[in-house]
Design a protein. Structure first.
Length: 474
């Protein structure tokens, strides 16, 4: 093992089953960083040439080498078709090529081999239809007072994001906390093969990505694959009240533990503080979590289950709860003349219902305006699930309901036909400028405004209209 490198070129070839094309000095060659974007390559790094729908990394090898890459993973197919050019580019840079069948799989295999360098690292995996990032951040806040923690940056949790995150582990780290997302069949199993978690938690099973997987049952099967690399001594943490709980627990080759308000013995109850968060009693001592909403209480309990399993003290868990703050677009409370609940980083039906329920639960003297954008990636279920949101809005306390995006027509139809409990005024548009005009005209001092929608709807663009001077981006 050469501590100068994440992996040496021979180690990379061994991990990936690749063939070295030695245009540089293989004997002392390795890489100290990994990138899939030629614009972010660092000197001495590995560039992974991925073929995507819009571009092919093999077309950017020259830029990667110019930026300092000294090793590149390239596909055998492209090498067969364009080998002379690729060898020439590598030779000019004094770099090495490692030729593999599939560069994505090779990057994942390399990340798994890299993690083998740290046998004492406690590897923790988190998946679920919603709440992954918040749970990960909370778990890290709880564990870090007593252990050195590494985790995914942001939500780098995908087939590329997880291996890139794995390469951030260093010898000083004691615990690695990684969220694991998926948007296609078999992806969770691939991620589990990379991480091989000792502790794995499912936050919930909902309808996110139902357009790809087809049913909640299929989503549960995919989420359950986070346990697929268990050998017997690992721990599966499963939400006690999720409808898929029994399915998730069945036939797991490891220790199965349920978590939730009833299962966590240190949990002594909680009290909503409305927009200011939730007071949580943990091991007999009350502490305030400044991330509001009943759904975020569940995320906090998931994180506490992880921290407990990792062996940290109740005091550390309380410290983590007290220090946590909302991430961009996730239950942010922005206060100005208008108070904004900015919860628009992403959306699925369960999360949207939770956001509506939270805003309904808040004690508020002024008006309520609920701006709800399309929920994407629902496929054939889109109309049905947007009708479901229409039904939730029909029961809500909003004075105005503003719908944005073509998919929300199904929700609007429900509201037009049946009205709302409060006689709310309904607006619907597909145009962002029109949306901005509506919100600007309707919102006034003392209002509570909810912004909820999928990432692609970018509802944060309304922030500065509602609170002048408040930035609308992360």
């Amino acid at each position: 093992m050469d501590d100068r490198f994440l992996l040496t070129v021979p180690e990379l070839a061994s991990a990936t089953g690749g063939e070295i094309v030695p245009t540089g000095d293989v004997g002392i060659a390795g890489f100290s960083s990994v990138s899939i974007d030629s614009r972010s390559v660092l000197s001495g790094g590995l560039f992974v040439a991925l073929a995507g729908l819009r571009s092919d990394g093999h077309e950017y090898l020259e830029q990667a080498f110019d930026s300092g890459a000294r090793v590149a993973l390239v596909s055998a197919t492209r090498m067969d078709a364009d080998g002379a050019r690729l060898r020439g580019l590598a030779g000019k840079a004094g770099a090495n090529l490692v030729v593999v069948r599939d560069t994505l799989r090779a990057m994942q295999d390399a990340a798994g081999r890299y993690l083998d360098r740290f046998p004492s690292l406690l590897r923790i995996g988190i998946t679920g239809s919603s709440g992954k990032t918040t749970t990960k951040e909370l778990a890290a806040a709880m564990i870090s007072p007593e252990r050195r923690v590494v985790m995914n940056v942001g939500n780098l949790n995908s087939e590329t994001g997880l291996p890139l995150s794995a390469f951030q582990v260093r010898a000083e780290h004691e615990v690695g906390i990684f969220e694991m997302g998926m948007n296609r069949r078999a992806e969770m199993g691939e991620l589990a093969r990379v991480l091989r978690p000792r502790i794995a938690l499912v936050t919930n099973v909902g309808t996110a990505h139902i357009g790809i997987l087809g049913s909640v049952g299929a989503i549960a099967e995919e989420k359950k694959d986070i346990f697929s690399m268990f050998a017997g001594s690992e721990t599966a943490l499963i939400p006690e009240d999720d409808p898929s709980s029994d399915f998730l627990a069945a036939d797991v080759r490891g220790i199965v533990k349920r978590y939730g308000p009833r299962s966590l013995t240190a949990f002594g109850g909680a009290r909503s503080l409305d927009l200011d968060g939730t007071e949580i009693v943990w091991d007999g001592v009350a502490v305030t979590l400044a991330i509001p909403g009943a759904h975020n209480l569940m995320n906090a309990l998931a994180a506490a289950a992880i921290a407990t399993e990792a062996g940290v003290s109740a005091a550390a868990i309380r410290t983590g709860l007290a220090s946590a703050r909302p991430l961009f677009g996730r239950a942010e409370i922005l206060k100005g003349p208008v108070t904004v609940v900015r919860d628009c980083y992403n959306a699925n039906p369960e999360a949207t219902e939770a956001a509506i329920a939270f805003c309904d639960s808040v004690e508020w003297k002024g008006r309520r305006i609920y701006v709800v954008g399309s929920m994407l990636e629902l496929g054939e279920a889109a109309e049905r699930e947007h009708e479901r949101i229409g039904e939730a809005l029909a029961r809500c306390k909003a004075d105005d309901v503003v719908l944005f995006g073509p998919e929300t027509e199904a929700a609007a139809r429900v509201l037009r036909e049946g009205g709302t409990a409060t006689g709310a005024v309904l607006f619907r548009t597909d145009d962002i400028d029109d949306l901005s005009r509506i919100v600007s005209a309707r919102a006034r001092e003392g209002d509570l405004v909810l912004l909820k929608g999928s990432r692609g709807m970018a509802l944060e663009r309304l922030t500065e209209i509602l609170i002048p001077g408040e930035k609308g981006g992360a």
